[in-house]
Every structure is written in structure tokens, then in C-alpha cells.
Design a protein around this ligand. Sequence first.
Ligand SMILES: Cc1cc2nc3c(=O)[nH]c(=O)nc-3n(C[C@H](O)[C@H](O)[C@H](O)COP(=O)(O)OP(=O)(O)OC[C@H]3O[C@@H](n4cnc5c(N)ncnc54)[C@H](O)[C@@H]3O)c2cc1C
Length: 417
Amino acid sequence: MAYASELSQTGILFRLGSMDTKRKAVVVGGGPAGLVAAGRLAAGGIETLLLEASSHLGGRAASERREGFVLNQGPHALYIGGPAMRELRAMGIELDWWQPASAASVFPRGGKPKRTLGGSAQLGRWFLGLQRTEPGELAGISTAEWLRQSLRSERARASAAALVRVTTFVADQESLSADVAATQLKIGLLPGVRYLRGGWQSLVDALAANAEASGAKLRTRAAVRALARGPEGWELALDGETLRADVLVVAAGGPDEFAKLLGEQAPAAPGPAAELSVLDLGLRRLPHRSRRFALGVDKPTYLSRHSPPDHRDGVLLSLASYVREPRAALEELADTVQPGWREQVILERFLPRMVAVSATPTPAAGGLGGRPEVDRGDGLYLAGDWVGPEGWLVDSAIASGAAAAAAALRSPLPAAA
Ligand SMILES: Cc1cc2nc3c(=O)[nH]c(=O)nc-3n(C[C@H](O)[C@H](O)[C@H](O)COP(=O)(O)OP(=O)(O)OC[C@H]3O[C@@H](n4cnc5c(N)ncnc54)[C@H](O)[C@@H]3O)c2cc1C
């Protein structure tokens, strides 16, 4: 009997390794990072089991359906030029998407929905220069300092800061290393982003299907309580059972989750988390059809239509503040951009505290290149949105998940301790 079905059907003690010359891997966490790692490990011939604590896969990338709308956990866009798309292509995964149009944009300033961003002439020249900039060269300074040094006009600086917020999800730009901002601006403005039909659940479902097709077993309601390196490999304590693995990939979310599992072996967070507040509004129709996207310039706010353009039964707007704010702050944004929205409401959902980035790399921590390494030695690998040198947001989760699997596939069987 295959070991994962043995586990899921009987829950008996499961022993990996000692009698079997074939390596066995366990991936902890069923978000995008864990799903990619599991799929790649299984495709590489390693017997692989993924354990997810909650009742469903996807982590922060999962979506839910309500009133005919698909709601992501806050506004989610996939960067066309990022490593996630590269890895999806490599796995043969195609997703159904649409690209948000920039024509229906407003840029709230002073409580008014302005049509232009402000400081456009200087900003345009700055963007041309940005195309020639190597982001890695900016790892040692903060984004705020970079903008002060490279943009003289205050209006252009405020606009650039707003564009950094929308592409990085980080409002605290004194802490954010400038290589992150440059990386995201370069791919965020051109080639831009895609919104997914079926929400990000379609990405989660595709990654899960890919992992299963490669032979990985995916198990939900399987919280790992503790990890330890034992004589026969890694030991994983779950409720009422112990599992063993030669290859262990921890893809459990952010630094706090890693610390709970790995204790002193968990790397320190390279900087603070970036949290935001989200208000989703399902409306019968938009009071102002030509305002489908808004980027706050003097406030850290965002609004975008997240239902597909051909959705028949209403319009879903996702509003966010890139700092934690009360619901009233987001209603104020809706009043500025879509006055009259209250008469059109089908559904409302307020999420006061969402972690969009689990750790923001600071200049002192060395920017993207200073984030924790994927390969920790001894058969232990890490993956997540704060791990490895490449990418940001889900780009980083997926790139590190793929890198963890690649490193495990390259490495020989670790010697017993
Ligand atoms: C509001 C919001 C907006 C976002 N917008 C974007 C966007 O526009 N573009 C973009 O690229 N990214 C975006 N993101 C980020 C993206 O969702 C994350 O980068 C991605 O989900 C991270 O994947 P992950 O697998 O590393 O972690 P997670 O998605 O957090 O998954 C970790 C999983 O591990 C499980 N787990 C934890 N502990 C254990 C344990 N002990 N045992 C078993 N399982 C465990 C958790 O239940 C969870 O399912 C956004 C995030 C938020 C919150």
C-alpha cells in the first residue's frame, strides 16, 4: 500500500527511510510554495507527502465563492514578468486570466479622484532610467532614500512611492530595501499583471493537480506540531502520530510559523511583516464605470475591480490600505472613487489584518540577497515568500519552492546522524 494512503486511512505510525534505499520527502505547508516543492520533488522521483494544517490547500492564495463572486484573500495579481510565471510555464500550467486596463484609473489626492498621478514628466524620465538599473545594486539603501536621491520633485516622489506600494504591498519604505522596489517596479509596470479567472484558487487547484499528477500525496487537516532531526532522518510530530523523512521542506508561511516548528534552527526574519486591511464590495453595478482602479497618492490606499470584465451579475471591487486601518478608512476611499456605492451593495467583507509579505528585507539585512537560504543542510529545505534571493510575494514563494526541490534532487541522501 502506498505510504500516504496508509497514513490517511489508518493514521498508524509511519516509518520512512531505513529499509528503503529510495528517499522520501515530506513538505510542511500546502500554500503555493509547498505545492510547487511537492510537485517538483515527486516529478524528480522522490516519494513525496505534503501535510497541510487546515481543511483546504492554498494558504493565503486560496479563494472563496460568495454571491456569485470569487473572493481572493485580498487583491491578488500575478506578475507576468516574474519567476512564478516562469515556473508555471515549466510545469505546463496555463491559467485563464485577464489583464486590468489602465484607462479607467484615478489617483485620489486631497480626497479627490484625480485623473493623473502627479509629477508625470519627471516620473517618465525616471522610469526610463530605471530600465537600465540593476536592482541588486540598490540592496544597501532604503526605498525612501533611493526615491529622495533620484527624484527631486516632491510630487514625483509621492507618485513613485504610491507605485512602489502597489507593486510591493509595503508602506514602510524607510525599512524596505530599494532592490525590492526596483525589481517590482520594473516588472509591475511592464509587462504588468494578470488577474485570474476563478480567482487565485485556480492557481492553487492547478498546482495541486500538477503535484498529484506527478505522484505527490496531499493531505489536509494534518498539522505538524514539532520537527526534530533523529537518527533515521527528520521526525515530524503530528497529533497522534510520528512521521519520518529523508528530505524535509518547511513551507509553513512566515518566520513565526517556521520558529514554532524549527526553534533555534529557524532563520531570523530579515525585517518586519507587511500587513494590510482589505474591504471587498460586491456591487450590483459601478456608480462610476470609468473608475475601476484607484491608487491613493497621499494615502496608502488601493481599489480595483476584481471580477472579470464579462461577469454578468455585478462587479467585485477589492479595496485595500497598505497599513492596518479601520473599515471607515476604506469606506472613505469608496466614497471618493465610487460615491453612491452604498445603494448598490450585494456583499461586503472586511479583513482587518492580512499579512501580504511575511518579512520585508531591510537594507541592513542585505535586501533580497540577504534573505534566508533555501538549503539548510542535513536534508532540510525552506520555502516561502521571505526565503531565497529571488522574487517577491508569490514569485518568491514559488521560486523558493522550486529551488528547494531542485536542491534536494541534486543532493545525495544525508548520512544518518
Ligand atoms: C491580502 C493579500 C494580498 C496579496 N496579493 C498578492 C499579489 O497581488 N500578488 C502576489 O504575487 N502575491 C500576493 N499575496 C501574497 C501571496 O498570497 C503569498 O506570497 C503566498 O500565498 C505565499 O505562499 P506560501 O506557500 O509561502 O505561504 P502561505 O500561502 O501562507 O501557505 C502556508 C501554508 O502552510 C500551512 N501551515 C502552517 N503551519 C503549518 C503546520 N505546522 N503544519 C502544516 N501546515 C502548516 C498554512 O495553513 C498554509 O496553508 C497577497 C497576500 C495577501 C494576504
